[in-house]
Design a protein around this ligand. Structure first.
Ligand code: KG4
Ligand code: ZN
Length: 352
C-alpha cells in the first residue's frame, strides 16, 4: 500500500533537487544537482548564480525525477516545494515552478518549510513516531527542537552567533582546506592529532541549550596566526581540523544532554534523539553523539548522509505528511527568506 505520491522540489540554497516519494516511505526517485563547482571560485554561495542555475536546471530535473519514479503527472497526489527559509531568488524559482505545475495539473500545493523537511526526515528514513528530540545542525541552522507532531515544534535552544556548518566552512577557509568546508575539515581531521592544540568549548557546562561557535572559530584563527609564517602547513591544518571537530562534538554533546533532560520531563513518551542537517553527515560527530545519547538512555537516529544534506525527498515527505492532515497552501503563498520552525501552520485541533 503506497498511499499518496508527492513530487518534492528543493531550491533554497546551492542544490537543485527534485524527488518523488510515496506514502509507504519509498523514495521513488531522488535527484540532487550540486552547484558547488559554480560557486567554488568565490569561496561561498553567490545568491544570483544560485538562482540562475536553479532556473537553468530545475525543469529537466523534475522530468528526470518523474521518469526515474516511473510516474506520470496523473500519478501524483500533490506538489511540495521549499518556500523558505533560504536564498530568496532560489526559493522563488522552486516555489513558482511548483505553483505552475499545481495550477496546470490541478494538484494541491504544499509550501514546505525547509527546516521541517530536515525535522521530519527520520520519519521517512526510520519511521519513528512523535515525539522525538531533534538536533538540527546545518550550514544555516543549529538548534535543538522537540518535535511533537507535524507543525508542532518546541525550540529548546539555538546558536547565538554562527551556525555549526558555517563554523566548519569558516574554519576550512582559515586552514585553506577549500570549499565546501565541512567535508574538507572532516577529511583533514582524519590525519590529524586532536590534542596538539587546545581549543575552547563555548557554552559547555552552562545551563540551557544554546550554542555559540564564533569564539571557537576565532581561537582557530589565533592558533593559525601563531604558527610560523602565520599559515598552517598540511600537518598543522590537519591537527587544527581534528581539534576543531572534537571541540564541536563536545559542545554538541554538552548542549544535547541538557536538552534530553528537559525533553524527558516534557515528553516522557519520547524515546529518540535524531540528528539532521548537513553537519550530521560528519562520521566523527555522529559517533560521539551516538555514544552520548545511548548513555542517556535514548535511541539515536541519524538519517543516511545523502538525506542529511539538502535534498528534495525530505521536502516531498514533509509535503506528504501535511497533505495527509489536509494541510495545503494557496497560490498566494509568498516565498520567505526567514521562517522559524515555530511559526508554522498546524493541523486544527491543537497540539497532539
Ligand atoms: O543541510 P545543508 O546541506 O544545507 C543547509 O540547509 O545549510 O548543510 C550544509 C552544511 C555546510 O555548512 C557544510 O559544510 C556542512 O553542512 N557539512 C559538514 C559535512 N558535510 C556537510 N560539516 C561537517 N562535516 C561534514 N562531513
Ligand atoms: Zn538544509
Amino acid at each position: 500500500m503506497q498511499g499518496m505520491i508527492v513530487l518534492g522540489i528543493e531550491t533554497s540554497c546551492d542544490e537543485t533537487a527534485a524527488a518523488v516519494v510515496a506514502g509507504d516511505r519509498r523514495i521513488l526517485s531522488d535527484i540532487v544537482l550540486s552547484q558547488i563547482e559554480e560557486h567554488r571560485p568565490y569561496g561561498g554561495v553567490v545568491p544570483e548564480i544560485a538562482a540562475r542555475s536553479h532556473l537553468d536546471h530545475l525543469d529537466r530535473l523534475i522530468a528526470q525525477a518523474l521518469t526515474e519514479a516511473r510516474c506520470g503527472w496523473d500519478d501524483l497526489d500533490g506538489i511540495a516545494a521549499t518556500a523558505g527559509p533560504g536564498l530568496i531568488g532560489g526559493v522563488l524559482v522552486g516555489l513558482t515552478t511548483a505553483k505552475a505545475i499545481a495550477m496546470v495539473r490541478n494538484l494541491p500545493l504544499v509550501a514546505v518549510n525547509h527546516l521541517e523537511g530536515h525535522a521530519l526526515t527520520p520519519r521517512l528514513t526510520d519511521g519513528i513516531d512523535f515525539p522525538y528530540l531533534l538536533l538540527l545542525v546545518s550550514g544555516g541552522h543549529c538548534q535543538l527542537v522537540a518535535v511533537a507532531g507535524v507543525g508542532h515544534y518546541h525550540r529548546y535552544g539555538g546558536t547565538v552567533d554562527d551556525a555549526v556548518g558555517e563554523a566548519f566552512d569558516k574554519t576550512a577557509a582559515l586552514l585553506r582546506l577549500g570549499y565546501p568546508g565541512g567535508p574538507a575539515v572532516e577529511a583533514a581531521a582524519r590525519q590529524g592529532d586532536p590534542d596538539r592544540f587546545a581549543l575552547p568549548r563555548p557554552m559547555a557546562g552552562r545551563p540551557g541549550c544554546d550554542f555559540s561557535f564564533s569564539g571557537l572559530k576565532t581561537a582557530v584563527r589565533h592558533a593559525v596566526a601563531a604558527l610560523p609564517g602565520g599559515t598552517a602547513d598540511t600537518d598543522s591544518a590537519a591537527d587544527l581540523a581534528a581539534a576543531f571537530q572534537e571541540a564541536v562534538a563536545d559542545v554538541l554533546v554538552d548542549r544535547t544532554v541538557n536538552a534530553i533532560a528537559r525533553f524527558r520531563e516534557e515528553f516522557p513518551a519520547g524515546s529518540h534523539l535524531v540528528v539532521a542537517g548537513g553537519v550530521a553527515a560528519n562520521a566523527r560527530i555522529r559517533a560521539v553523539l551516538a555514544a552520548a545519547v545511548a548513555a542517556q538512555g535514548l535511541r539515536f537516529v541519524a538519517p543516511p548522509a545523502t538525506l542529511c544534506t539538502d535534498n528534495a525527498a525530505m521536502i516531498a515527505w514533509a509535503g506528504l505528511e501535511r497533505l495527509r492532515l489536509g494541510l495545503t497552501d494557496g497560490f498566494d503563498f509568498a516565498a520567505r527568506p526567514r521562517w522559524p520552525l515555530d511559526g508554522l501552520s498546524v493541523p486544527s485541533g491543537g497540539a497532539p
